[in-house]
Design a protein around this ligand. Structure first.
Ligand code: GDP
Ligand code: MG
Length: 169
């Protein structure tokens, strides 16, 4: 039998955002398929791996970098995490942070996708039109309402991200 050699890609994904929004939980859900309601600080930087058999000829290795945001200031109580903090206003800050530190080899900005996590919470509210417009205006790939708890949209968001990587490779 003939052996088809697969094309293999390695991509790095940086998961950034405010403290407590669910970065570690999203990575854990995506790579291990599990969720824990207990908050644990992420110390420094941690990374997890995920391999996708993208299609017959393509294998994708993802390195998901879990960045500890401002977690050294982690003195808030767990109760805080039951509520979806209004963190949209901090997106601009994270975006300029990433763009000031990282760029692609051709000096263009890195592809960015926005996740509105904890969409399972009753009090979570996202203004879809506003997010859509924001993504267009700032050149983001797009956005997804996600829940690490209920496993909603995380695979979809990652698929969309990987598709962008593959197309621009
Ligand atoms: P990080 O600081 O951004 O890494 O946030 P964590 O992943 O540590 O999550 C902070 C807290 O929010 C933890 O108690 C998680 O269990 C909780 N959490 C994370 N994602 C979700 C989610 O989608 N839904 C709900 N209800 N809670 C979540
Ligand atoms: Mg974390």
């Amino acid at each position: 039998a003939e052996k088809v050699s697969k094309q293999e890609h390695l991509y790095k994904v940086l998961v950034i955002g405010e403290f407590g929004v669910g970065k570690t939980s999203i990575i854990r859900r995506y790579t291990e398929g599990s969720f824990s309601p207990n908050y644990k600080l992420t110390i420094g930087v941690d990374f997890a791996l995920k391999t996708l058999e993208w299609d017959e000829t393509t294998k994708v290795n993802l390195q998901l970098w879990d960045i500890a945001g401002h977690e050294r200031f982690g003195h808030m109580t767990r109760v805080y995490y039951k509520y979806a903090p209004a963190t949209f206003d901090t997106v601009a800050k994270w975006l300029s942070d990433i763009n000031s530190k990282v760029m692609l080899a051709d000096q263009s900005p890195v592809p960015v996708m926005l996740l509105a996590n904890k969409c399972d919470l009753e009090e979570s509210y996202v203004d879809s039109l506003r997010l859509e417009k924001y993504c267009q205006e700032h050149g983001l790939i797009g956005w997804f309402p996600t829940s690490a708890k209920n496993d909603s949209n995380i695979d979809n968001a990652m698929k969309c991200l990987v598709k962008t990587f593959i197309i621009s490779d």
